[in-house]
Write a protein that binds this ligand. Structure first.
Ligand SMILES: [Zn+2]
Length: 250
């Protein structure tokens, strides 16, 4: 069966005889694995479209469960991501995370659109690269049905008005000070939550990614938020450390 779809290359590996295996986040079919004999060398439209950091249109041939990419053309190139090493590492981390978030052959159009927006904003961004990644993670969690709730206490439903609020990984977000007092305090999946972190999460949750162009978090707030998100993503999505995490400055 011949078909075509727009998509983003998540990963590619070389195999025998000059062929490549491509992991494509396609708009129509979700994440699929596809082989191709197209070469990424040269400057023609198909060679650009099978490199990472590109949104392309792909002609596919499906034979039972396997896809082959017969043709490709670039729709939007985010090549400038590769011109800055910090930007590149952060965007590579987001591609790896997205790859791990997706099951095969399950369309995720909202997450696809979010990733397109993220890459496009990242290509233009000059600073605060990791802030955009943090915002992407929060939004992706929401799309996948595991969003971090900071509006109301997960236990009593009260609004966050008191001191001593915490963020509970297992309960999906905010637990108010009153409720948090009642537990023994040794749960490693409970994180202290200052007003700063709660308002950052609330702000990101309530605004589209596009409007967060100028948001750059203070390193201390971002560091705590990322530690929490790491534990949260591991618990809710079963994704532990990524390969690219070890390459990022700690
Ligand atoms: Zn409560």
């Amino acid at each position: 069966m011949y078909t075509e779809t727009e998509g983003i290359i998540l990963r590619q590996t070389k195999t025998l005889n000059g062929r490549r295996m491509i992991t494509l986040f396609s708009k129509k079919y979700g994440k699929i694995g596809a082989g191709t004999s197209l070469s990424e060398r040269g400057k023609n439209r198909s060679s650009l479209a099978i490199r990472p950091f590109c949104r392309g249109r792909y002609e596919l041939f499906k034979n039972r469960d396997t896809y082959n990419i017969n043709g490709a053309e670039t729709v939007e190139s985010y090549y400038s991501i590769g011109e800055d090493v910090d930007k590149y590492m952060e965007a590579a981390r987001i591609l790896e995370l997205t790859d791990a978030m997706l099951g095969e052959d399950q369309p995720q159009p909202a997450l696809y659109d979010l990733l397109c927006q993220y890459l496009s904003m990242m290509a233009d961004r000059r600073t605060g690269f990791s802030t955009l990644g943090t915002a992407y993670e929060l939004k992706a969690l929401k799309i996948l049905g595991s969003g971090v709730n900071v509006r109301r206490c997960a236990r009593c439903g009260g609004e966050k008005t008191d001191k001593g609020c915490v963020l509970s990984v297992t309960e999906g977000g905010l637990v108010c000070g009153g409720c948090a007092k009642e537990q023994d305090g040794s749960d490693p999946l409970i994180f202290t939550a200052g007003d700063d972190i709660l308002s950052v999460i609330g702000y990101i949750n309530d605004h589209p990614l596009k409007s967060l162009e100028k948001l750059v978090l203070q390193p201390s707030v971002e560091g705590r938020l990322r530690t929490f998100l790491g534990a949260y993503i591991s618990y809710h999505l079963g994704i532990d450390r990524l390969k690219s995490d070890s390459l990022l400055p700690q």
